[in-house]
Design a protein. Structure first.
Lengths: 300, 240
C-alpha cells in the first residue's frame, strides 16, 4: 500500500494519485483536514509497528511500502483548533507520521530529515558546492558596510531570505541603499547576480526532467506580478550536468528533487537551490514531461 | 586575558551558561545570546568561514579567534527578540536560526554539539528516532510508544527499574561507573554523530535498556563542566 499525506487539493499529490489509480495500485490518503478523525499508535524498539485508524479504516504501518508526503503546517489548517486538546491531537498525529517517515524501511518521498537543509539556504549551498555545482558568491551579514562593499564589488546583487520562508528574489537597487542600515537587525543574505538562463531540473530516482525558463523577471515564479511572463519548455542537459543533478539529489538523500540551475552566457552551470518538495505540476503542465508517472513508478 | 574566544550560544535565561561564561573567563568565554544576532558586525560568506566575524558580548570576534563553541540552544526563541517588532519576530527568528545553523556548521573549531540539519545543537530527534538509533547501535531499548490521542493510550504495566543517566562528553562519561552503560551511551552518541549527550537507561549492567536521550544535559557539575571546557579547548584526554 502507498500512503499519501497532505491536502486533497494539492496538485502534485493529486497528479501522482491519479497515475496510481489508473494503474489500480492500492493507496490510502490521509487528508490533513481530517486529522482529528485519525488516531495513531506507533511503537519503536527493535522493530517499528503500529496503526493509523479512523472510523472506517485501519492502516497497519507494516503494510505501507511507500509514502508520498506533502504535509502543510498543521497550525495553519482550517478545522484544527488553535489551542487545547484538538490542536495537540493534530500536532501529535503529525509528529508521529514525521517520526515514522524518518525511520521506516518503506520508500518515502521525501524523508523529513533530508528536507530540512532547505531551511537554511547558505547551509544548503555548501552541500550543493560539495556535490559538484558552482554556487553564487554569497554574504550573510548584519553589517551595512559589509553589504555595501559586497554590492560595490559585484555591481549587481540580489537579496533573498536566509531561511525557507518564501521570499521574492530581488535585485538590490539604489532606491534601497538607505534601507541597508536595517540589516543590522537581522542577518540578511546578498548574492552576486548571475546572468543567464534558468533551468528547473526535476530528478526522480535516476530520471531527470529539465525545463528551461524564459523570463526577464529577477524571480520568474513571480514574473506575472510585474506584468512579465515566464515561458517554460522541456530542455536537454549535457550528460555530465544531468549526472551531476542525479549525484546532487542522491547526495542529499532526496529521491525526488527540484533543482534550480542557471546557465551563464559563458557556459557555466550554477545551482541556486534544491527544492525537497517540488511543485512539479507547474512544469509538467507546461512541458508535458511525465514527472508524476516517474514518481508513481518510483513509489510502486 | 586569552587571545582566543570560547563562545557559548545560549538563551538569555540560561543561568548555567552565565555561570560557565564566568568560570571560563580566562579562556575568553563569551555568551552569544539571541539578541546578539541583532547587532551590527556579523559577516559570513559561505565557503570562506575563516574570514567570518561574530558580534557577541559587545565585541566583534573574527572566526580565526574562536577556539570552541558550546551550543545550548536548539533554535532561536522568538520571545527573546524584544527589540524586534512583535509582528516580525517569527520571521526574524527563523532567519537568525538559518544563518546561525549555516555559520556554526561551517566553523572548524571544536563544538558541542555541531548543528544537525535543523537544530543548532545536533539531531533534533523525536523519542521514536532515538529509540530506533539506539537499537541500530546495538543497544537494548525500552520501546518508544506514541498514542494519539493520548487518552486512548493503554497504560503499560512495567516493573519499576531505577533510571540511570550517563552524560557523554567526547570520549568521557559521567554519572555511572557501569561499563556497559558507558559503552552503550558512547555508541548511541556516535550513532547520532554528537559528542555531548545525556543517555538515560532503565536499570544497569547487561539488563539495562535505553530509555531516552537529551542533547542538553546538565553540565553544571564541576567534573562535567571541566570535561566540556577541555573538549572545547582541544585539551580533552581520553578516559583510561
Amino acid at each position: 500500500m502507498i500512503l499519501f499525506w497532505g491536502l486533497p487539493g494539492d496538485s502534485p499529490l493529486t497528479a501522482v494519485a491519479h497515475v496510481l489509480a489508473r494503474r489500480r495500485v492500492k493507496t490510502a490518503f490521509l487528508d490533513q483536514h481530517d486529522s482529528l478523525e485519525w488516531s495513531v499508535e506507533l511503537n519503536v524498539g527493535d522493530s517499528i509497528s503500529g496503526f493509523l485508524r479512523n472510523g472506517s479504516q485501519s492502516l497497519d504501518f507494516a503494510e505501507i511500502k511507500s509514502a508520498y508526503l506533502r504535509p502543510y503546517d498543521t497550525r495553519d489548517l482550517a478545522g484544527v483548533p488553535s489551542e487545547g486538546p484538538g490542536q495537540a491531537h493534530a500536532l501529535g498525529l503529525g509528529e508521529a507520521l514525521l517520526g515514522w517517515a524518518d525511520i521506516t524501511p518503506a520508500k518515502v518521498v521525501n524523508r523529513p530529515s533530508a528536507m530540512t537543509p532547505n531551511n537554511s539556504k547558505p547551509y544548503q549551498s555548501m552541500q550543493i558546492r560539495a556535490l559538484g555545482f558552482a554556487v553564487p558568491e554569497t554574504l550573510v551579514t548584519t553589517d551595512p558596510e559589509a553589504a555595501r562593499e559586497f554590492w560595490e564589488r559585484h555591481g549587481t546583487v540580489i537579496y533573498k531570505s536566509v531561511s525557507s520562508v518564501r521570499s521574492i528574489v530581488s535585485k538590490l537597487s539604489s532606491k534601497q541603499a538607505a534601507r541597508l542600515e536595517n540589516v543590522k537587525w537581522c542577518p540578511t543574505q546578498f548574492q552576486e547576480h548571475i546572468a543567464g538562463t534558468d533551468y528547473r531540473v526535476h530528478v526522480v530516482g535516476d530520471k531527470v526532467f529539465p525545463s528551461e525558463i524564459e523570463s526577464q523577471a529577477d524571480d520568474y515564479r513571480y514574473a506575472c506580478r510585474n506584468g512579465g511572463e515566464a515561458k517554460i519548455k522541456a530542455a536537454r542537459l549535457p550528460r555530465e550536468v544531468a549526472d551531476r543533478c542525479r549525484r546532487l539529489a542522491a547526495g542529499v538523500n532526496l529521491p525526488v528533487a527540484g533543482i534550480d540551475l542557471r546557465l551563464t552566457p559563458t557556459g557555466e552551470w550554477y545551482c541556486f537551490e534544491v527544492n525537497p518538495s517540488p511543485g512539479f505540476t507547474y512544469y509538467q503542465n507546461a512541458t508535458g514531461q511525465p514527472i508524476a508517472e516517474a514518481i508513481a513508478q518510483y513509489l510502486v | 586575558m586569552a587571545d582566543k574566544s570560547l563562545l557559548i550560544v545560549a538563551s538569555a535565561s540560561d543561568e548555567t551558561a552565565r555561570q560557565l561564561a564566568t568560570l571560563w573567563k580566562n579562556d575568553g568565554a563569551r555568551l552569544v545570546l539571541p539578541r546578539d544576532l541583532s547587532r551590527p558586525g556579523w559577516r559570513y560568506q559561505p565557503g570562506q568561514v575563516e574570514s567570518s566575524v561574530a558580534a557577541a558580548d559587545g565585541e566583534l570576534i573574527p572566526a580565526r579567534q574562536i577556539s570552541g563553541v558550546l551550543t545550548r540552544l536548539g533554535s532561536i526563541p522568538e520571545d527573546e527578540l524584544i527589540e524586534i517588532a512583535p509582528a516580525d519576530r517569527e520571521y526574524v527568528a527563523r532567519e537568525m536560526n538559518a544563518f546561525l545553523l549555516a555559520w556554526l556548521s561551517a566553523l572548524r573549531c571544536p563544538m558541542l554539539n555541531r548543528p544537525g540539519n535543523i537544530c543548532l545543537s545536533g539531531p533534533n530527534w523525536r523519542p521514536e528516532q532515538w529509540a530506533h538509533a539506539a537499537s541500530q547501535a546495538g543497544v537494548p531499548v525500552v520501546p518508544a510508544r506514541r498514542h494519539v490521542p493520548n487518552e486512548n493510550a493503554p497504560s503499560p504495566v512495567l516493573r519499576f527499574v531505577p533510571p540511570v543517566t550517563v552524560t557523554v562528553v567526547g570520549k568521557k562519561c559521567f554519572g555511572s561507573e557501569d561499563n556497559f552503560l558507558q559503552v552503550s551511551a558512547r555508541r548511541i552518541a556516535c550513532h547520532a554523530n554528537v559528542e555531548l549527550l545525556a543517555v538515560t537507561f532503565a536499570g544497569s549492567g547487561k539488563d539495562a535498556r535505553f530509555l531516552s536521550a537529551n542533547l542538553w544535559p546538565n553540565i553544571s557539575a564541576p567534573d562535567v563542566a571541566d570535561a566540556v571546557q577541555e573538549h572545547l579547548l582541544g585539551r580533552s584526554r581520553h578516559s583510561p
